[in-house]
Design a protein around this ligand. Sequence first.
Ligand code: ASP
Ligand code: MG
Length: 589
Amino acid sequence: MAVLVQKFGGTSVADAEKILAAARKAIRAKNDGHQVVMVVSAMGHTTDELIQLARQITDQPPARELDMLLATGEQVSVALMAMAINSLGHEAISFAGPQLGIVTDSTHTKARIRSISTDRIREALNNGKIVIAAGFQGVDPAFNITTLGRGGSDTTAVALAAALGAETCEIYTDVDGVYTTDPRIVPEARQMKQISYDEMLELASAGAAVMHNRSIEFAKRFGVPVHVRSSFSDKPGTLITSAPESTARPVCGSALARNEARITVLGVPDRPGVAHRIFSKVAARNVAMDMIVQNIAAEGKADVSFTVPRDELAVALKAVETSLGELEAEGVTYDDAVSKVSVVGMGMATQPGVAQTMFATLAEKNINIEMITTSEIKISVLVDRQQGVDALRAVHQAFRLHEPPPPEQSEISVRPRSGLSQEMLSRLQGMEDLVIEDISLDATQSSVTLHGIPDRPGLAARVFQEIAAAGIVVDMIVQSVGRQGRASITFTVPRGDLEKALHTTQALARDLESLPPVGAWNVAKLSVFGTGMRSHTSVAIRTFKALAEAGINVDVISTSEVCLNVVVDGTAGEKAYEALKREFADVMI
Ligand code: ASP
Ligand code: MG
């Protein structure tokens, strides 16, 4: 009999009536011939209330005791759910995390799942019971109760689905599915029928608050189909699986991360090890950096910009400010009033012109772009917070995301990656361990850098319009703000197009009265592919460390959920490739 996992979030079990409604859904699935495992969150805002309660006692509750407290929220709802099922004439049994056999590491309040022993669940299922599992919690090897981080019930659900080989993991929530953007901000947003794991991962980290990111990492790693749907209707929702809804359109969705902050470390020496030192300082304070831009330096100096969540600005800033001497930096600037707008889609890997359309759209609205980063399937820009919503709306409209995608033109040529093979999985120690899937070296590109361009709306649009008009397809793009209202843009192009790209940008630079473009014919792009590259902050740090130790300077950086790219001098390409392969040998699969 096929196992079906059904997860109900806090709003779906907020009161007795809703608990009974959820119970009926599970019974229906059972009557349809499934073995049903329900994963339940704490009722309504219980978790927030428990945190408030702890704060009334102390500002700094010990993490172990916070976990002990928070885990009670889910215990309440599983017990009530089991009672509800019983009252409707069916058999059910509730289990808390430790009883479920969910073993985690000991990182209280954000523990990672190591293993799940499913014997007890299987036995209950085989006895005809509906199993009610407490989401969000587990137990460490020393029997301490742990929690998986806010929103962690999604991760429990997908992890159980993986461990039980479930046919699907249904996520019941208060929205109908995954939308092309947040419909509360853009009412014409469209519900997608399907989205790929990679796109969902990127959208989630770009600000779409649909699911716990680690749950999608799980789903991708173990190839679990996830169905996000409404708990208040029977309408089909959105299927998250290995293939996208369509590749006929380059962009599938867009997102806004409203509360971001930018930090720029000014005038650091442009030599190996600088990126590594900055990132280790910030990571040491447990702050995850998001958009990272280091432009090729002018006069031997580089500016390194990165974004952090606004509420972590103070901590990150302190980390940098207290080490300015050690970093040999000239200073630091920040902006705490920025938002990040991103577009995501597997189709953009094969269809050029997405960046250009995005920049042109923002230019038309007179919205200035402070920072740009791109990856294979995502483009992010940083804009003034006041303009974030307008920017999102404009971009959503420009890519016509409110309309269903046109039918597929061709075979999907991007590689849809599904679950790891059994052989690969058997080599994992913990279910959420970092796994590097591939490291690649691309020695076919050149780079172009424009320094000292005026920082005002429409300039990126103009650069890439003219580059496109010259028939050049651009790969990576980064832009950062510099001093005195000047910006730098670096992009990579196929080597055969370097001359044309320089020619085009020379004319542009003359026109803008900025510095002449600098071309580097021989650059090497190294990419490290994996899953959950952001939540495993060690990937960026280890990459920078390995390159620094090999004496290799990093020219350009871009990061995403599924890939970390760095550009280095072409003559160091092979050496960098070997250094990265050595560094990640223990986690390569
Ligand atoms: N109750 C936990 C929270 O609110 C876990 C969850 O809802 O997924 O974060
Ligand atoms: Mg929740």
